[in-house]
Design a protein around this ligand. Structure first.
Ligand code: CTP
Length: 416
Protein backbone atom coordinates (compact mmCIF):
# COMPACT_ATOMS: atom_id res chain seq x y z
CA UNK A 1 0.00 0.00 0.00
CA UNK A 2 2.61 2.58 1.06
CA UNK A 3 5.50 0.89 -0.82
CA UNK A 4 6.64 3.19 -3.66
CA UNK A 5 3.68 5.53 -3.07
CA UNK A 6 4.69 9.09 -3.93
CA UNK A 7 3.60 11.16 -0.95
CA UNK A 8 3.99 14.87 -0.38
CA UNK A 9 3.98 15.85 3.27
CA UNK A 10 3.39 19.54 3.93
CA UNK A 11 4.58 20.88 7.27
CA UNK A 12 3.14 24.13 8.65
CA UNK A 13 4.48 26.31 11.44
CA UNK A 14 2.81 24.90 14.51
CA UNK A 15 4.21 23.29 17.63
CA UNK A 16 2.85 19.89 16.47
CA UNK A 17 5.27 19.97 13.50
CA UNK A 18 7.80 17.99 15.57
CA UNK A 19 5.33 15.08 15.61
CA UNK A 20 5.42 14.97 11.80
CA UNK A 21 9.07 13.83 12.05
CA UNK A 22 7.89 10.44 13.31
CA UNK A 23 5.25 10.29 10.58
CA UNK A 24 7.83 10.94 7.83
CA UNK A 25 10.14 8.34 9.35
CA UNK A 26 7.37 5.70 9.43
CA UNK A 27 6.35 6.47 5.84
CA UNK A 28 9.95 6.13 4.68
CA UNK A 29 10.33 2.83 6.56
CA UNK A 30 7.16 1.55 4.89
CA UNK A 31 8.81 2.18 1.51
CA UNK A 32 7.01 5.38 0.49
CA UNK A 33 8.79 8.11 -1.50
CA UNK A 34 8.29 11.08 0.79
CA UNK A 35 8.89 14.65 -0.35
CA UNK A 36 8.58 17.14 2.48
CA UNK A 37 7.55 20.75 1.85
CA UNK A 38 7.90 23.13 4.77
CA UNK A 39 6.43 26.59 5.19
CA UNK A 40 8.80 29.33 6.31
CA UNK A 41 7.41 29.27 9.84
CA UNK A 42 7.64 25.48 10.07
CA UNK A 43 11.42 25.95 9.89
CA UNK A 44 11.23 27.98 13.13
CA UNK A 45 10.09 24.79 14.87
CA UNK A 46 12.01 21.98 13.13
CA UNK A 47 15.08 22.18 10.87
CA UNK A 48 14.73 20.90 7.26
CA UNK A 49 17.74 18.67 8.00
CA UNK A 50 15.64 16.70 10.51
CA UNK A 51 13.06 15.87 7.87
CA UNK A 52 15.56 15.14 5.07
CA UNK A 53 17.39 12.76 7.43
CA UNK A 54 14.13 10.89 7.96
CA UNK A 55 12.86 10.99 4.37
CA UNK A 56 16.28 10.32 2.72
CA UNK A 57 15.26 12.98 0.17
CA UNK A 58 15.61 16.74 -0.18
CA UNK A 59 13.18 19.04 1.65
CA UNK A 60 11.54 21.90 -0.22
CA UNK A 61 10.48 25.24 1.11
CA UNK A 62 11.32 28.51 -0.66
CA UNK A 63 9.36 29.09 -3.86
CA UNK A 64 11.25 32.27 -4.71
CA UNK A 65 14.91 31.24 -4.26
CA UNK A 66 17.38 32.89 -6.63
CA UNK A 67 17.90 30.10 -9.20
CA UNK A 68 14.18 29.83 -9.90
CA UNK A 69 14.50 26.06 -9.84
CA UNK A 70 12.04 25.68 -6.99
CA UNK A 71 9.36 27.50 -8.93
CA UNK A 72 9.65 24.88 -11.67
CA UNK A 73 9.98 22.05 -9.20
CA UNK A 74 6.64 22.77 -7.55
CA UNK A 75 4.92 21.71 -10.77
CA UNK A 76 6.96 18.49 -10.96
CA UNK A 77 6.19 17.67 -7.32
CA UNK A 78 2.50 18.42 -7.81
CA UNK A 79 2.29 16.14 -10.85
CA UNK A 80 4.17 13.21 -9.30
CA UNK A 81 2.19 13.18 -6.04
CA UNK A 82 -0.36 10.47 -5.26
CA UNK A 83 -1.29 12.18 -2.01
CA UNK A 84 -0.68 15.57 -0.43
CA UNK A 85 -0.92 15.35 3.36
CA UNK A 86 -0.53 18.54 5.38
CA UNK A 87 0.50 17.67 8.92
CA UNK A 88 0.01 19.80 10.92
CA UNK A 89 -2.26 22.15 8.96
CA UNK A 90 -2.46 25.58 10.59
CA UNK A 91 -5.43 27.96 10.41
CA UNK A 92 -3.38 30.21 8.11
CA UNK A 93 -2.58 27.49 5.56
CA UNK A 94 -6.13 26.13 5.73
CA UNK A 95 -7.41 29.64 4.92
CA UNK A 96 -4.98 29.96 2.00
CA UNK A 97 -5.98 26.60 0.53
CA UNK A 98 -9.69 27.36 0.92
CA UNK A 99 -9.26 30.56 -1.06
CA UNK A 100 -6.72 29.46 -3.67
CA UNK A 101 -3.87 31.60 -2.42
CA UNK A 102 -0.46 30.35 -3.62
CA UNK A 103 2.22 32.48 -1.98
CA UNK A 104 4.66 29.80 -0.86
CA UNK A 105 5.88 26.42 -2.06
CA UNK A 106 3.28 24.42 -0.10
CA UNK A 107 0.21 26.43 -1.09
CA UNK A 108 1.43 26.60 -4.72
CA UNK A 109 1.83 22.81 -4.86
CA UNK A 110 -1.60 22.36 -3.24
CA UNK A 111 -3.13 24.49 -6.00
CA UNK A 112 -1.24 22.72 -8.77
CA UNK A 113 -1.73 19.09 -7.78
CA UNK A 114 -4.52 16.70 -8.80
CA UNK A 115 -3.61 14.38 -5.90
CA UNK A 116 -6.10 13.95 -3.04
CA UNK A 117 -5.58 16.39 -0.19
CA UNK A 118 -5.50 15.27 3.43
CA UNK A 119 -5.36 17.85 6.21
CA UNK A 120 -4.58 17.23 9.86
CA UNK A 121 -5.46 20.55 11.55
CA UNK A 122 -3.61 21.23 14.80
CA UNK A 123 -3.72 24.58 16.53
CA UNK A 124 -4.94 26.51 19.55
CA UNK A 125 -8.51 25.49 20.47
CA UNK A 126 -10.15 28.86 19.77
CA UNK A 127 -8.46 29.18 16.38
CA UNK A 128 -9.77 25.76 15.42
CA UNK A 129 -13.33 26.38 16.59
CA UNK A 130 -13.38 29.91 15.09
CA UNK A 131 -16.17 30.19 12.48
CA UNK A 132 -13.63 31.31 9.86
CA UNK A 133 -11.51 28.15 10.27
CA UNK A 134 -14.60 25.93 10.37
CA UNK A 135 -16.02 27.58 7.24
CA UNK A 136 -12.69 27.13 5.45
CA UNK A 137 -12.52 23.47 6.45
CA UNK A 138 -16.08 22.93 5.23
CA UNK A 139 -15.19 24.56 1.91
CA UNK A 140 -12.22 22.22 1.53
CA UNK A 141 -14.35 19.21 2.56
CA UNK A 142 -16.94 20.08 -0.08
CA UNK A 143 -14.16 20.10 -2.66
CA UNK A 144 -13.16 16.59 -1.64
CA UNK A 145 -10.41 17.19 0.91
CA UNK A 146 -10.10 14.65 3.74
CA UNK A 147 -9.89 16.19 7.20
CA UNK A 148 -8.46 14.19 10.11
CA UNK A 149 -10.21 15.75 13.09
CA UNK A 150 -7.86 16.96 15.83
CA UNK A 151 -8.05 15.24 19.16
CA UNK A 152 -9.49 16.85 22.25
CA UNK A 153 -7.00 17.18 25.07
CA UNK A 154 -4.41 19.38 26.71
CA UNK A 155 -2.91 21.79 24.18
CA UNK A 156 0.60 23.29 24.24
CA UNK A 157 -0.88 26.51 25.70
CA UNK A 158 -2.28 24.55 28.66
CA UNK A 159 -5.88 25.00 27.46
CA UNK A 160 -8.09 21.93 27.12
CA UNK A 161 -10.06 21.40 23.93
CA UNK A 162 -9.86 20.27 20.31
CA UNK A 163 -6.61 21.04 18.53
CA UNK A 164 -4.17 18.22 19.27
CA UNK A 165 -2.56 16.41 16.36
CA UNK A 166 -3.65 12.74 16.46
CA UNK A 167 -1.08 9.97 16.95
CA UNK A 168 1.11 8.87 14.06
CA UNK A 169 -0.82 5.59 13.79
CA UNK A 170 -4.08 7.47 13.20
CA UNK A 171 -2.43 9.71 10.59
CA UNK A 172 -0.91 6.71 8.81
CA UNK A 173 -4.32 5.00 8.83
CA UNK A 174 -5.94 8.07 7.28
CA UNK A 175 -3.22 8.26 4.61
CA UNK A 176 -3.62 4.58 3.76
CA UNK A 177 -7.38 4.99 3.56
CA UNK A 178 -7.09 7.92 1.12
CA UNK A 179 -4.49 6.10 -1.01
CA UNK A 180 -6.82 3.07 -1.09
CA UNK A 181 -9.79 4.96 -2.57
CA UNK A 182 -10.39 3.37 -5.95
CA UNK A 183 -8.88 0.05 -4.80
CA UNK A 184 -10.36 -3.33 -5.71
CA UNK A 185 -13.03 -3.05 -2.99
CA UNK A 186 -14.09 0.50 -3.98
CA UNK A 187 -17.85 0.93 -3.65
CA UNK A 188 -18.20 -2.29 -1.60
CA UNK A 189 -19.62 -2.51 1.91
CA UNK A 190 -17.83 -5.04 4.06
CA UNK A 191 -18.99 -6.14 7.52
CA UNK A 192 -16.23 -7.56 9.72
CA UNK A 193 -16.92 -8.99 13.18
CA UNK A 194 -14.05 -9.23 15.64
CA UNK A 195 -13.19 -10.28 19.18
CA UNK A 196 -15.02 -12.44 21.66
CA UNK A 197 -18.34 -11.77 23.32
CA UNK A 198 -19.10 -11.29 27.01
CA UNK A 199 -22.26 -12.98 28.26
CA UNK A 200 -23.23 -11.48 31.62
CA UNK A 201 -23.79 -13.63 34.71
CA UNK A 202 -24.41 -10.69 37.02
CA UNK A 203 -23.34 -7.01 36.96
CA UNK A 204 -19.67 -7.90 37.61
CA UNK A 205 -19.13 -11.31 35.98
CA UNK A 206 -19.40 -12.68 32.48
CA UNK A 207 -18.53 -15.68 30.31
CA UNK A 208 -15.90 -14.75 27.75
CA UNK A 209 -13.18 -16.32 25.62
CA UNK A 210 -9.58 -15.71 24.56
CA UNK A 211 -10.22 -13.96 21.24
CA UNK A 212 -8.05 -10.82 21.02
CA UNK A 213 -9.74 -9.35 17.92
CA UNK A 214 -6.37 -8.95 16.14
CA UNK A 215 -7.37 -10.99 13.08
CA UNK A 216 -10.66 -9.13 12.66
CA UNK A 217 -9.01 -5.72 13.08
CA UNK A 218 -6.36 -6.70 10.50
CA UNK A 219 -9.15 -7.69 8.08
CA UNK A 220 -11.00 -4.40 8.67
CA UNK A 221 -7.77 -2.47 8.02
CA UNK A 222 -7.03 -4.39 4.82
CA UNK A 223 -10.57 -3.95 3.46
CA UNK A 224 -10.39 -0.21 4.23
CA UNK A 225 -7.01 0.07 2.50
CA UNK A 226 -8.57 -1.41 -0.61
CA UNK A 227 -11.37 1.13 -0.81
CA UNK A 228 -14.24 -0.62 1.02
CA UNK A 229 -16.66 1.01 3.40
CA UNK A 230 -16.00 -1.15 6.45
CA UNK A 231 -18.44 -1.77 9.28
CA UNK A 232 -16.49 -3.27 12.18
CA UNK A 233 -18.72 -4.99 14.72
CA UNK A 234 -16.45 -5.60 17.66
CA UNK A 235 -16.71 -7.38 20.96
CA UNK A 236 -14.77 -5.88 23.90
CA UNK A 237 -11.07 -5.87 22.89
CA UNK A 238 -7.97 -3.90 23.85
CA UNK A 239 -7.40 -2.52 20.33
CA UNK A 240 -8.14 0.88 18.78
CA UNK A 241 -10.39 0.81 15.76
CA UNK A 242 -8.62 1.41 12.44
CA UNK A 243 -9.11 4.99 11.19
CA UNK A 244 -12.09 5.46 8.90
CA UNK A 245 -14.05 2.29 9.69
CA UNK A 246 -17.60 2.49 11.05
CA UNK A 247 -17.32 0.93 14.50
CA UNK A 248 -20.18 -0.75 16.37
CA UNK A 249 -19.29 -2.04 19.82
CA UNK A 250 -21.24 -4.99 21.15
CA UNK A 251 -20.92 -7.25 24.17
CA UNK A 252 -23.21 -10.22 23.64
CA UNK A 253 -24.02 -12.55 20.76
CA UNK A 254 -27.59 -11.25 20.56
CA UNK A 255 -26.24 -7.69 20.21
CA UNK A 256 -23.76 -8.87 17.57
CA UNK A 257 -26.51 -10.59 15.61
CA UNK A 258 -28.75 -7.50 15.78
CA UNK A 259 -25.91 -5.24 14.64
CA UNK A 260 -25.17 -7.53 11.67
CA UNK A 261 -28.84 -7.62 10.67
CA UNK A 262 -29.04 -3.81 10.74
CA UNK A 263 -26.29 -3.57 8.11
CA UNK A 264 -26.92 -6.66 6.03
CA UNK A 265 -29.25 -5.29 3.35
CA UNK A 266 -26.63 -3.12 1.64
CA UNK A 267 -23.60 -5.25 2.45
CA UNK A 268 -21.54 -7.17 -0.13
CA UNK A 269 -19.36 -9.17 2.24
CA UNK A 270 -19.63 -10.55 5.78
CA UNK A 271 -16.45 -11.74 7.45
CA UNK A 272 -17.21 -13.45 10.76
CA UNK A 273 -13.87 -13.52 12.49
CA UNK A 274 -15.47 -12.95 15.89
CA UNK A 275 -15.65 -15.73 18.45
CA UNK A 276 -19.27 -15.53 19.65
CA UNK A 277 -20.02 -17.52 22.80
CA UNK A 278 -22.10 -20.60 22.03
CA UNK A 279 -23.92 -20.40 25.38
CA UNK A 280 -25.10 -17.66 27.72
CA UNK A 281 -26.45 -17.76 31.29
CA UNK A 282 -30.16 -18.53 31.30
CA UNK A 283 -30.74 -15.72 33.77
CA UNK A 284 -28.72 -12.57 34.45
CA UNK A 285 -28.77 -11.72 38.16
CA UNK A 286 -29.68 -8.09 38.77
CA UNK A 287 -27.27 -7.87 41.70
CA UNK A 288 -23.85 -9.36 42.33
CA UNK A 289 -24.24 -13.02 43.32
CA UNK A 290 -22.77 -13.52 46.81
CA UNK A 291 -20.95 -16.77 47.41
CA UNK A 292 -22.83 -17.44 50.62
CA UNK A 293 -26.24 -16.65 49.25
CA UNK A 294 -28.71 -19.44 48.60
CA UNK A 295 -28.68 -18.44 44.92
CA UNK A 296 -25.05 -19.51 44.51
CA UNK A 297 -25.29 -22.78 46.38
CA UNK A 298 -26.17 -26.00 44.66
CA UNK A 299 -26.70 -27.81 47.96
CA UNK A 300 -26.12 -26.29 51.36
CA UNK A 301 -22.54 -27.04 52.41
CA UNK A 302 -21.52 -28.78 49.16
CA UNK A 303 -19.23 -25.99 47.88
CA UNK A 304 -20.74 -26.43 44.42
CA UNK A 305 -22.41 -23.86 42.21
CA UNK A 306 -24.17 -24.66 38.94
CA UNK A 307 -24.79 -22.06 36.28
CA UNK A 308 -27.61 -22.86 33.90
CA UNK A 309 -26.74 -21.97 30.32
CA UNK A 310 -28.90 -21.67 27.22
CA UNK A 311 -27.69 -21.85 23.64
CA UNK A 312 -26.98 -18.62 21.77
CA UNK A 313 -28.14 -18.22 18.19
CA UNK A 314 -25.61 -19.38 15.60
CA UNK A 315 -25.39 -16.17 13.59
CA UNK A 316 -23.94 -17.69 10.40
CA UNK A 317 -26.28 -20.67 10.41
CA UNK A 318 -29.32 -18.41 10.83
CA UNK A 319 -28.11 -16.24 7.99
CA UNK A 320 -27.69 -19.29 5.76
CA UNK A 321 -31.38 -20.13 6.32
CA UNK A 322 -32.45 -16.55 5.60
CA UNK A 323 -30.35 -16.48 2.44
CA UNK A 324 -31.95 -19.72 1.23
CA UNK A 325 -35.35 -18.04 1.65
CA UNK A 326 -34.19 -15.21 -0.62
CA UNK A 327 -34.11 -12.73 2.27
CA UNK A 328 -31.80 -9.69 2.33
CA UNK A 329 -28.18 -10.74 2.27
CA UNK A 330 -28.65 -13.47 -0.33
CA UNK A 331 -25.86 -12.01 -2.47
CA UNK A 332 -23.47 -11.74 0.47
CA UNK A 333 -20.06 -13.29 0.21
CA UNK A 334 -19.78 -15.04 3.60
CA UNK A 335 -16.48 -15.88 5.23
CA UNK A 336 -16.36 -17.89 8.43
CA UNK A 337 -13.55 -18.81 10.78
CA UNK A 338 -12.96 -21.98 12.72
CA UNK A 339 -10.66 -22.11 15.70
CA UNK A 340 -10.01 -25.77 16.41
CA UNK A 341 -7.91 -27.81 18.81
CA UNK A 342 -8.39 -31.20 17.09
CA UNK A 343 -9.73 -32.84 13.88
CA UNK A 344 -9.35 -29.49 12.14
CA UNK A 345 -9.96 -30.66 8.55
CA UNK A 346 -13.15 -32.54 9.37
CA UNK A 347 -14.62 -29.76 11.54
CA UNK A 348 -13.72 -27.11 9.00
CA UNK A 349 -15.43 -28.91 6.12
CA UNK A 350 -18.53 -29.55 8.25
CA UNK A 351 -18.77 -25.87 9.25
CA UNK A 352 -18.29 -24.69 5.66
CA UNK A 353 -21.22 -26.86 4.57
CA UNK A 354 -23.53 -26.29 7.57
CA UNK A 355 -23.10 -22.50 7.45
CA UNK A 356 -23.09 -22.37 3.62
CA UNK A 357 -19.95 -20.29 3.49
CA UNK A 358 -17.98 -19.15 0.46
CA UNK A 359 -14.77 -19.43 2.44
CA UNK A 360 -13.80 -20.89 5.77
CA UNK A 361 -10.53 -19.93 7.39
CA UNK A 362 -9.41 -22.55 9.89
CA UNK A 363 -6.59 -22.46 12.36
CA UNK A 364 -5.24 -24.76 15.00
CA UNK A 365 -5.26 -22.67 18.17
CA UNK A 366 -2.99 -25.08 20.03
CA UNK A 367 -0.01 -23.91 17.89
CA UNK A 368 2.11 -21.17 19.50
CA UNK A 369 2.31 -19.19 16.21
CA UNK A 370 -1.41 -19.26 15.54
CA UNK A 371 -4.72 -18.21 17.03
CA UNK A 372 -5.65 -16.17 20.08
CA UNK A 373 -3.51 -13.16 20.88
CA UNK A 374 -0.64 -14.01 18.50
CA UNK A 375 0.57 -11.61 15.80
CA UNK A 376 0.97 -14.41 13.28
CA UNK A 377 -1.42 -17.02 12.00
CA UNK A 378 -1.13 -20.36 10.23
CA UNK A 379 -4.38 -21.00 8.41
CA UNK A 380 -6.03 -23.34 5.97
CA UNK A 381 -8.50 -21.73 3.58
CA UNK A 382 -11.41 -23.96 2.53
CA UNK A 383 -13.44 -22.99 -0.53
CA UNK A 384 -17.10 -23.85 -1.22
CA UNK A 385 -16.06 -25.87 -4.29
CA UNK A 386 -14.02 -28.23 -2.10
CA UNK A 387 -10.59 -26.67 -2.75
CA UNK A 388 -8.29 -26.18 0.22
CA UNK A 389 -5.21 -23.98 0.53
CA UNK A 390 -2.58 -24.61 3.20
CA UNK A 391 -1.06 -21.18 3.91
CA UNK A 392 2.35 -20.65 5.54
CA UNK A 393 2.77 -18.93 8.92
CA UNK A 394 2.29 -15.22 8.20
CA UNK A 395 1.70 -11.97 10.09
CA UNK A 396 -2.04 -11.45 10.61
CA UNK A 397 -1.90 -8.45 8.21
CA UNK A 398 -0.66 -10.77 5.43
CA UNK A 399 -3.26 -13.41 6.27
CA UNK A 400 -5.88 -10.63 6.03
CA UNK A 401 -4.54 -9.60 2.59
CA UNK A 402 -4.70 -13.22 1.37
CA UNK A 403 -8.31 -13.57 2.57
CA UNK A 404 -9.34 -10.25 0.97
CA UNK A 405 -7.67 -11.32 -2.33
CA UNK A 406 -9.97 -14.34 -2.38
CA UNK A 407 -13.04 -12.26 -1.43
CA UNK A 408 -12.30 -9.85 -4.31
CA UNK A 409 -12.06 -12.74 -6.73
CA UNK A 410 -15.40 -14.18 -5.47
CA UNK A 411 -17.07 -10.75 -5.82
CA UNK A 412 -15.86 -10.66 -9.42
CA UNK A 413 -17.55 -13.99 -10.12
CA UNK A 414 -20.76 -13.24 -8.22
CA UNK A 415 -23.96 -13.13 -10.27
CA UNK A 416 -26.11 -10.27 -9.00
N1 CTP B 1 -20.33 -18.29 14.75
C1 CTP B 1 -21.58 -17.69 14.65
N2 CTP B 1 -22.45 -17.73 15.70
C2 CTP B 1 -22.13 -18.41 16.83
C3 CTP B 1 -20.90 -19.06 16.94
C4 CTP B 1 -20.02 -18.99 15.88
O1 CTP B 1 -21.86 -17.10 13.61
N3 CTP B 1 -23.00 -18.44 17.82
C5 CTP B 1 -19.40 -18.17 13.63
C6 CTP B 1 -18.00 -17.74 14.02
O2 CTP B 1 -17.86 -16.34 13.98
C7 CTP B 1 -17.14 -18.42 12.99
C8 CTP B 1 -17.89 -19.68 12.68
O3 CTP B 1 -19.24 -19.46 13.09
O4 CTP B 1 -17.02 -17.68 11.81
C9 CTP B 1 -17.37 -20.90 13.38
O5 CTP B 1 -17.27 -20.65 14.76
P1 CTP B 1 -16.78 -21.76 15.79
O6 CTP B 1 -16.88 -21.23 17.18
O7 CTP B 1 -15.47 -22.32 15.33
O8 CTP B 1 -17.85 -22.88 15.51
P2 CTP B 1 -19.20 -23.27 16.12
O9 CTP B 1 -20.18 -23.30 15.00
O10 CTP B 1 -19.55 -22.46 17.31
O11 CTP B 1 -18.91 -24.79 16.53
P3 CTP B 1 -18.09 -25.41 17.78
O12 CTP B 1 -18.11 -24.38 18.88
O13 CTP B 1 -18.87 -26.62 18.11
O14 CTP B 1 -16.72 -25.71 17.26
Amino acid sequence: MLRNAHILVGICGGIASYKAVELVSQLQQAGALVDVIMTEHAEDFVKPLTFSTMSHRPVYSDLWEATGEAAERHIALAEAAELLAIVPATANTIAKLAHGIADNMLSAVALATQAPLLLAPAMYRDMYTHPATQANLNLLRERGAYIVEPEVGRLASGAIGPGRLPDTEVLLGAMRMVLGQGGDLAGRRVIVTAGGTQEPIDPVRYIGNRSSGKMGYALATEARDRGAHVILISGPVALSAPYGVELRRVETVIQMRDAIHSFITDADVLIMSAAPADFRPARVAAQKIKKDSGEAREREGSGEWSLKLVQNPDILRELAILREDGQPGRHLICVGFAAETHDLMQHAREKLRAKQLDLLVANDVTRSDSGFGTDTNKVLIFHADGAMEDMPVMPKADVAAAIIDRVVSLLGKRVN
